[in-house]
Write a protein that binds this ligand. Structure first.
Ligand code: UN1
Length: 508
């Protein structure tokens, strides 16, 4: 409890109504944050009005004028200090993530670690925003490209990673010289406010203008304001495919840029050549971690027919060992879903599985009793289904794992690909031919494809995102930074004549 109180203090939530930064203490409706852990009201936040939004965007525009002139390695140094602050507050912030969102404490701490990692990555990146040089076809000419900041980056994040996704975007955007306006999920406003407080000390100590990090708490309309706002050249949105289509269309209509990281329907292929003792914990963590509310959660298991029964029995045994309950307790594997409407979606999906003719190897249930009084706890379940069923084609944000059978590896790969989403995928096999086929251009069509590890829990060093309805965006590591900058090609003539390209003659 001490850790929660400390976490709330950091969030500035002392008397129910938060006080502090003008950028998030809005004039709009009051939002209440209830913990799915125990159903308690944690705090209230006043959402931003349109006027507040315009103030924050105005501040961001002003801040950009100075921030873009700070040398990138100096911006990196400020991000380094933010990483140090996050190290200092890891326990408190991780605890608040766990309490406000419901993921296990281990995963709450892991999420903050992911923020620290991206800070470290961004610090290095701040000296590596490389452009190419080209050889000009014209004598005494030099060509090169350079990368400039874009301006305001709008960040729309989801409840399931209430703080890490913001940091993947903001830390990279900041070293690139951009300024950020963050719309966190209205289901997790307090963790967002806590982040603002944590980095505020660093911004102040370094005389960074406040508008470099704006926060606009609110519901859907804030996302619409960002998407339609020509002052915001890039909107990076993480969430459902439905939300992403709306953002992509609105931003596209004004020819802005969007970076979309949307739903997944991630599968693991379990070959007859799999190391099953390795595979089972990976499957179970992938399916029940964050109570099945990661975009990378394992939703489908495509199992070779010869080991199907064996895998099913092992899963039944493993699911029997799961401890479901208060995620703040150290040995609990599975916490609650985010709210009771998520529980309804779980129940709807379960019903649809039954209507389609599916059966459950591990039965679903909404858990009742004193420990589950918030009404948000469900039993992770395992269903035997067919891939083409509409419910299997759809991403339900809940711990429901679908079992499918295959005969040949080609068939397994085509089942894996036969969904509208394309985020993460994995194969468990010790057979080189199978794993290489899976990774080849004729293999997985996803943005992430793993061998002998599960679908979730990606490291920040790689580019994160996926294809098809996942939206095509790439965030965090590798060269994902390019999305946050504009490329400029420069040609410089240091000679005394004016030769034209393509050999064109033009004489006066
Ligand atoms: C998400 O669910 O939106 O790969 C992000 C993972 C985490 C990030 C998930 N590193 O599971």
């Amino acid at each position: 409890m001490q850790a929660i109180l400390e976490a709330l203090r950091i969030s500035g939530i002392n008397h129910g109504i938060s006080t502090g930064l003008a950028s998030w203490e809005g004039q709009g409706e009051e939002l209440s944050s209830f913990s799915p852990v125990d159903g308690q009201l944690i705090g209230k936040v006043r959402a931003a009005s349109r006027e507040d939004y315009d103030t924050v965007v105005g501040q961001a525009q002003e801040a950009f004028k100075t921030w873009r002139l700070v040398p990138a390695p100096k911006r990196g140094d400020i991000v380094r200090q933010m990483g140090d602050q996050l190290r200092k507050y890891k326990t408190e912030l991780g605890t608040l993530v766990s309490y406000e969102m419901g993921k296990s404490l281990q995963e709450g701490l892991g999420e903050v670690q992911e923020m620290i990692d991206i800070c470290d990555f961004a610090v290095g990146l701040s000296r590596q925003l490389y452009g190419l040089t080209m050889h000009s076809e014209r004598p005494s000419h030099r060509m090169y490209e350079q990368w400039h900041p874009l301006g305001i980056v709008g960040i729309i994040s989801a409840f399931n990673f209430p703080v890490a996704v913001w940091s993947w975007n903001s830390m990279i955007a900041w070293v690139c010289g951009d300024v950020c306006v963050w719309k966190p999920s209205e289901k997790t406003p307090l963790t967002a406010i806590a982040c603002q407080h944590i980095i505020q000390e660093v911004l102040k100590a370094n005389d960074v203008p406040e508008g470099v990090s704006g926060l606009v708490v609110g519901a859907r309309e804030v996302g619409e304001w960002l998407s339609n706002d020509e002052r915001v050249p890039l909107v990076s949105a993480t969430g459902s495919t439905r939300m992403g289509k709306a953002v992509g269309q609105a931003v596209g209509a004004r020819l802005g840029r969007s970076l979309l990281e949307l739903g997944g329907n991630n599968a693991i292929i379990i070959s007859q050549h799999a190391d099953l003792p390795l595979a089972i914990p990976a499957i179970v963590f992938g399916a029940v971690g964050t109570a099945g509310q990661r975009c990378t959660s394992t939703r489908r298991l495509i199992i070779h027919e010869s080991i199907y029964e064996d895998v099913k029995q092992r899963l039944i045994k493993a699911y029997g060992q799961l401890r479901i309950g208060n995620p703040l307790e150290a040995d609990v594997h599975v916490g609650p879903l985010i709210d009771t409407s998520a529980v309804k979606s779980y129940q709807t999906a379960v019903n649809e599985v039954r209507i389609a003719g599916g059966t459950f190897a591990v039965e679903p249930a909404v858990l009742t009793g004193e420990a589950f009084a918030s009404g948000c706890y469900v039993q992770p379940c395992v269903a035997e289904v067919e891939n083409h069923w509409p419910i299997v084609q759809y991403e339900t944000f809940a711990p429901i794992l679908y079992l499918l059978k295959y005969h040949t590896i080609e068939e397994a790969i085509s089942l894996q690909n036969a969904v509208p989403q394309g985020l993460s995928s994995a194969i468990f096999t010790l057979n080189l031919r199978e794993s290489e086929l899976f990774l080849s251009q004729a293999g997985s069509d996803c943005g992430i494809a793993n061998v002998n590890i599960g679908t979730s829990g990606a490291e920040i060093g790689g580019a994160f995102g996926g294809e098809k309805e996942t939206g095509g965006g790439r965030e965090s590591g590798s060269d994902a930074w390019r999305a946050y900058m504009r490329r400029q090609t420069n040609t410089i003539n240091y000679g005394t004549t004016l030769p034209l390209a393509q050999g064109i003659k033009f004489e006066l």
